[in-house]
Design a protein around this ligand. Structure first.
Ligand code: ADP
Length: 284
């Protein structure tokens, strides 16, 4: 089992994010010795140990195919680990004893139903849990407000730009009022200007709604801009190779993007990523 290597160089000199300061917090999520081998024998993850605290914005960074999406799916409960434990110490439990960690999931593609309007797409998770349309309407309006799309409630996906479709997808995740947002490379297919705008909108939501975010990306620059912590994965089978604090204060903006601290953090994370990708595969 491989332990995370902490890289703390930047952290000492910089202000600490207020939401993370103060008394030690109980983790929201812990993973201990988590591994996933698929039925065809592909070992995607091995020995993953991780603790996520409330209010963190954590990016999972690694090369394509290193197991990032698999890790997010395991965390979300969409698939089960082959071994190891995924624990939600603060969760409530449903009648069958299943943890209810209040998750929202945003996929790489917006995955909107083309025959349904924006409102009807955002309503979907509520519909699936039996919430009636009249009760849901206020929550749908609020979610659309949060992503700036109230004026497009009755549009169809084909009438929207790529960035707008992704905003609908985020609204659909927010409508259940999750505490934790899991995001799997949500902006990878967008042009740079839209991506940068959505990065800022996401940080605004993160601050306003007091979310915890786990964000999968293979972009060093995006991970540093967004996160207060970056988990660097090895090549497949994915392991946690570095756990890098990014102590730049929020809110982040264009000034941050051009600051020496941002450049230095990017350099440090790039170095950690290169080392992780060239590390020897985990032993049996
Ligand atoms: P990443 O998100 O880092 O690009 P993934 O988690 O999607 O990586 O995939 C990790 C590895 O597991 C890849 O080699 C991929 O081909 C493999 N993989 C993913 N899903 C399955 C599956 N359902 N069955 C078999 N192999 C899979």
């Amino acid at each position: 089992m491989t332990a995370a290597v902490p890289i703390k160089a930047m952290a000492a000199a910089m202000p600490i994010e207020p939401r993370l300061s103060g008394a030690p917090q109980r983790p929201l999520l812990t993973l201990a010795g988590v591994a996933k081998t698929f039925a065809n024998g592909t070992a995607a993850l091995t020995g993953v140990n991780l603790r996520i605290l409330p209010g963190e914005f954590v990016s999972i960074l690694g090369a394509s195919g290193c197991g990032k999406s698999t890790l997010l799916r395991l965390i979300s409960g969409l698939m089960a680990p082959s071994s190891g434990i995924i624990d939600w110490p603060q969760s409530t439990y449903d009648a069958t004893g299943q943890a209810e960690p209040a998750l929202g999931f945003v996929f790489q593609e917006p995955t909107l139903l083309p025959w349904r309007t924006v409102t009807e797409n955002v309503y979907l998770p509520l519909l699936l849990t039996g919430v009636g349309k009249s009760e849901a309407q206020g929550r749908i309006d609020q979610a659309l407000d949060q992503v700036g799309l109230r004026g497009f409630a009755h549009s169809y996906p084909r009438q929207l730009s790529g960035g707008m479709k992704m905003r609908v997808s985020i609204a659909r995740a927010l409508v259940t009022n999750p505490k934790i947002l899991l995001m799997d490379e949500p902006f990878a297919a967008l042009d740079e200007i839209t991506r940068s705008k959505l990065n800022d909108e996401l940080l605004d939501l993160f601050a306003r709604k007091g979310l915890t975010v786990i964000f999968v990306t293979h972009s060093v620059y995006e991970s540093v801009y967004l996160s207060n912590r970056i988990i660097v994965m090895s090549s497949r089978p994915g392991r946690v190779m570095a756990d890098v604090p990014i102590a730049m204060p929020y809110p982040r903006n264009e000034e941050v993007r051009t600051s020496p601290q941002y450049n230095e953090s990017c350099r440090m994370v790039s170095t950690a990523l290169r080392a992780a990708m060239t590390s020897a595969p985990a032993g049996p």
